[in-house]
Design a protein around this ligand. Structure first.
Ligand code: ADP
Ligand code: MG
Length: 230
């Protein structure tokens, strides 16, 4: 269980309050207006922000003393940060070792991750020679190599067209199934939540609500969400 208890995080004039529990293996969407605190919530779980108050734990272990690298999480952000001077394989290898001193076993893991995302033969290429969708896959392969139990995605596919996006969501779903990862994905598209997430957290004006079944929530949205969904 991922537990956020009595959380209060302040960021300048903004504050986020959260009190919620997420079961291992859950697929959770996080939706809400711009500036409501969605990215702040992920940053808190990832260890990039320290709360003024409250607890964050995973399977009973207190995460707050742990640095981002020590936490059981991996991230995928919208801005994929592929390094243009490195090959696709090296970009993925960064998920294993930031200094890229990969032994044969680790190189095999990189190749395996590339194969999983459908880029088996693309390792030697430079990112600029890949399509946008392929670049997204590279970023996903890098995250996969970290193989942490919690996967945090912040509007990961929002730059992609609808067809590519649904392909990436399906790929993410298959990967989450196989790795039994607990996935939290921020999205501004309710369609993404319906396609991917069994539960959805609404964040509104600095309040993160407990996860609710996605379909019921979106079929009958609360007032705050109705305004936002339009
Ligand atoms: P969302 O992801 O829902 O759009 P964020 O969590 O990024 O919202 O931001 C919520 C609020 O936190 C913003 O409106 C802003 O006031 C504040 N904030 C975000 N990032 C920073 C920062 N780096 N420094 C100070 N305040 C920030
Ligand atoms: Mg954000």
């Amino acid at each position: 269980m991922l537990e956020l208890s009595d959380i209060h995080v302040a960021r300048g004039d903004f504050a986020l309050a959260a009190d919620l529990r997420i079961a291992p293996g859950a697929r959770v969407a996080i939706i809400g207006p711009s500036g409501s605190g969605k990215s702040t919530l992920l940053s808190l779980i990832g260890g990039f922000l320290t709360p003024q108050r409250g607890q964050v734990s995973w399977q009973g272990t207190d995460l707050l003393p742990l640095s981002p690298g020590q936490r059981p999480v991996s991230f995928l952000f919208q801005d994929q940060n592929l390094f243009p001077h490195l090959s696709v394989a090296q970009n993925v290898g960064l998920g294993l070792r930031p200094d890229l001193r990969l032994g044969p076993d680790q190189q095999a893991q990189v190749q395996d991750a590339l194969t999983q995302v459908g880029l088996r033969d693309m390792g030697p290429r430079k990112p600029e020679n890949l399509s946008g969708g392929q670049q997204s896959r590279v970023a996903l392969a890098r995250v996969l190599l970290r193989a942490r139990p919690i996967l945090l995605l912040d509007e990961p596919f929002s730059a992609l067209g609808p067809a590519l996006k649904s392909e990436m969501l399906a790929l993410l779903g298959r990967i989450a199934d196989r790795t039994r990862a607990t996935v939290l994905m921020v999205t501004h598209d309710p369609g993404d939540a319906r396609a991917f997430a069994d539960q959805t957290i609404v964040v509104d004006q600095g309040r993160a609500e407990a996860p609710q079944p996605t379909q019921a929530l979106l079929d009958n949205p609360p007032a705050a969400l109705r305004a936002y969904l339009g």
